[in-house]
Design a protein around this ligand. Structure first.
Ligand code: CMP
Length: 434
């Protein structure tokens, strides 16, 4: 929880509200500038496109000033960014048209498209936006990728109208736009039905088509690979689990393990998946620094804290001291967790599940469930285990080592007294159910 908040704070520092506006406007420009090119060649003028362009110059210019004042261009690579941002913000296209109307058409086009130099900044912004909520990174990556593909297809389509000969000049602008986008998708995905083709006598059309084919092959390969990775990572835990099950199955098959044993293994991994999503808690905790680890452990073990009557009314320092020393362990049905006569090394708390305490004749003398503990007598008496304890179902247990029990009992005598009390009750009344 703390980690998520810190990450979010770090990214929020980088994502100022001004960035949101400027980047949203970059998207508007990435739509309107290619449209303007298309409109120019389709003899269709719309004042809105002109207004959008001029608002863009003002907004991008103001952004450069803010960045200058904030000292952003003094950072490494600042001069490069200053040049790019300034080129994007200056109204070079309109100026160029006034000052050098005779210049070749392509130079005017480039001058008009200079605000698109802000697109790399937009991509950088989208990356920061993806990190803002780590839990939504996958969804946000997909949304960003889809947005970039859509902008690319739109631009390629618009320029197709500008580059190709105007054989469909009689059609409405909307129809020509849809036809051009259709051509862009077919060419970029290298489907190319051949129904819209470049004029073989027009080198510019041929070169443009070839360029878009190559660009499309590279971009779509990259994008589809990217989306496949995102999808695979969306449910990383499930994919890892399925992967592990596949490896286990081929292992079982290779060694011709009997069917019943296979069934038990599947049950066991199924249980781990249901209760832990296949994660190994200890591995994850071991990577954390102590203060965060303690908080996470306390949070993870809140189930046992809520269930064990001994913990419920206890002071927090005692519960924390104990929780930090518990180690999770799973017992499978019929497993003999504690064997009579052995020297005990640890005691057990039951988070979920049922165990039977068996008498010398094998009869169940007590059944213990969620919140109970067992295995304390031999630790306190420093003698052998007094009974067999067998799991009656899958059990989520927490073990407490003898030395840890001694430490906590020395620090919090009421804890030691309670455990001793229970041990004495059990020793006196062997048939009691706790
Ligand atoms: P220990 O002797 O270390 O190992 C066996 C455990 O079974 C024992 O500790 C107790 O925790 C538990 N146990 C023994 N007798 C009973 C009983 N009558 N009722 C409940 N639990 C018992």
């Amino acid at each position: 929880m703390m980690k998520t908040n810190n990450t979010r704070r770090a990214w929020q520092d980088r994502l100022q509200p001004r960035d949101v506006w400027v980047n949203a406007y970059t998207i508007v420009l990435a739509i309107s500038l290619p449209l303007e090119q298309m409109a120019y060649h389709a003899d269709y003028q719309h004042p809105l496109l002109f207004i959008i362009r001029w608002i863009g110059y003002l907004l991008l210019g103001a952004d450069v000033l803010f960045r200058c004042r904030g000292g952003e261009y003094r950072k490494p690579n600042g001069a490069v960014w200053l040049t790019i941002d300034t080129l994007a913000a200056l109204p070079l296209g309109p100026l160029f048209m006034q000052l050098a109307p005779e210049a070749p058409g392509w130079t005017l086009v480039i001058a008009h498209l200079l605000p698109l130099l802000r697109v790399p900044r937009l991509m950088h912004f989208l990356r920061a936006w993806q990190q803002l909520r780590p839990s939504q990174t996958g969804i946000r990556r997909i949304a960003s990728t889809v947005l970039l593909i859509a902008l690319m297809i739109h631009a390629v389509g618009c320029w197709q109208i500008a580059v190709f000969d105007q054989e469909r000049a009689g059609h409405s602008v909307a129809l020509r736009y849809v036809q051009a986008v259709y051509w862009a998708v077919a060419t970029m995905t290298t489907i190319g039905y051949g129904d819209v083709t470049p004029d073989l006598q027009q080198p510019v059309e041929l070169v443009y088509t070839m360029f878009i084919m190559v660009l499309g092959a590279a971009a779509f390969g990259f994008i589809i690979g990217n989306i496949a990775t995102i999808m695979a990572n969306l449910d990383f835990a499930r994919n890892q689990h399925l992967d592990r099950m596949q490896r286990i199955n081929s292992f079982l098959h290779h060694h011709e393990i009997p069917e019943t044993l296979r069934g038990r293994m599947h049950d066991y991994f199924g249980y781990l998946w249901q209760t832990r999503r296949g994660f190994n808690e200890s591995d994850i905790l071991s990577e954390l620094p102590a203060p965060i680890r303690n908080e996470v452990e306390y949070h993870l073990r809140s189930d046992i804290v809520g269930k064990v009557p001994l913990f419920k009314g206890a002071q927090e320092p005692m519960v924390r001291a104990l929780v930090a020393r518990l180690t999770p362990r799973v017992a499978i049905p019929d497993e003999l967790i504690v064997r009579r006569g052995e020297i005990g090394e640890s005691m057990f708390f039951i988070a979920n599940g049922t165990v039977d305490v068996l008498g010398t004749d094998g009869q169940t003398v007590a059944t213990l469930t969620d919140g109970s503990f067992f295995g304390e007598i031999s630790l306190l008496e420093r003698g052998p285990r007094t009974a067999n304890v067998r799991a009656a179902s899958y059990c989520d247990l927490y073990t407490l080592e003898k030395s840890a029990l001694d430490d906590v009992a020395a620090e919090f005598p009421e804890f030691g007294a309670h455990i001793r009390d229970m041990a004495e009750q059990r020793l006196g009344r062997k048939s009691a159910t706790v």
